[in-house]
Design a binder for this molecule. Sequence first.
Ligand code: NDP
Ligand code: 2IT
Length: 446
Amino acid sequence: MKNAYLISVLDNVKKRNAGEPEFIQAVTEVLETLEPVIEKRPDLVEAGVVDRLVEPERQIIFRVPWVDDNGKVQVNRGFRIQYNSAIGPYKGGIRLHPSVYLGIIKFLGFEQIFKNSLTTLPMGGAKGGSDFDPKGKSDGEVMRFCQSFMTELYRHIGPDLDVPAGDIGTGAREIGFMFGQYKRLKNEFTGVLTGKGLTYGGSLARTQATGYGLCYFTNEMLKANGKSFEGQRVIVSGSGNVAIYANEKATEYGAKVIAMSDSNGYIYDENGIDLAAIKQIKEVERKRIKEYLNYHPEATYTEGCKGIWTIPCDIALPCATQNEIDGESAEALAKNGCYAVAEGANMPSTPEAIEVYFKNKMLYGPAKAANAGGVATSGLEMSQNSQRLSWTFEEVDEKLHGIMINIFKACESAAKEYGMEGNYMAGANIAGFLKVAESMKAQGCV
Ligand code: NDP
Ligand code: 2IT
């Protein structure tokens, strides 16, 4: 990066947010790709758009006390980062995972600004979460945690203010408990959360949306480059919400998904993963992926996550967590003939991995664009709640498909316009940024 203004903004971010490497990583990537835009648009520099964009509008950190099944008091830390409201109410998921700290929620909130902008729906960027680990907890413990979390959060959110949703560790069960507590505290039934159950205002196809959307995006990217999913060997990391529905849609498109993982290890099934078994183990029983061998003894299970990227494949869909593909794993993918990576997870590739993709001329679908189908469908859930109507699965899925096609086109054309044809990462960052930047400039120094 050569632009003196961007260098000074980034230096300031590094100084002010020392000790938050994931956040600095996310900001660095965006600022680097914005260089050609900033050189063309001195008006945005004058309006201080980038200086303002990197600083969250509001950061809320709170105590979450709850009582476990042994009657012991437990204390977690809760976060909500309301990052940017230039184009709509704050919107973004809630992550429940022991690794959560301020830097993780800030990187996710920052990325959410651009992702939400790309959906074309009116949603600002936010993210929340806690270092609570739902794994191994009883339903009662999870409920008491969620109620305590919402007892503080409710005063900061609302259907026209900030609309949280799911992310790692937050699925239908947790959203249900949080929604119930919000409704009780506010004495109002509103669409304050998305990813709700279908019996109380949730949208059909929201569960499938991130994984399906990832494949809709990937399909467009493949098509634009003379390829398709048909007959391709695909690796999907993770085995949670995003991974399961990415597998389902990729398989529907004619691909064979040969490996999936969880945080303990990965399974490899040359016959193609039996998704019904995965759904039973992960969605119903909440068990570990190694149980897959009870259904398919001919498959193999390997401890540790990293090895999954050494299995030869054509297309890789990382759907677990940040920085799960490092430079070495990316080299292994490239060496074994993988020609496309599209990100279901947020920031799953390290900067070194991304360099390897470009060096090897692999197709790269960045998270902000490729996984935007989840939040886009959350936006559709908000629309349905406002109208007090619900659309059919087919209607929602068709809208989602259209949105993902348009996101691909937006990335493709922005990359081309700014002289980086085929670099969808730059295209996503630039297209996402421009809408937010114009809005921030128009609304004055706020
Ligand atoms: P889930 O909690 O449903 O699943 C997460 C999966 O990733 C699990 O298989 C989990 O394994 C694995 N995983 C989590 N943390 C780690 C880790 N530190 N190392 C290795 N594996 C890990 O979450 P989602 O499927 O919802 O989210 C997956 C990714 O997709 C995240 O990056 C999320 O931010 C992103 N995303 C989610 C959206 C959504 O709508 N849900 C929308 C857009 C992006 P284990 O069970 O062992 O913990
Ligand atoms: O990272 C994400 O986009 C999500 N976890 C979904 C957020 C949402 O509001 O649906």
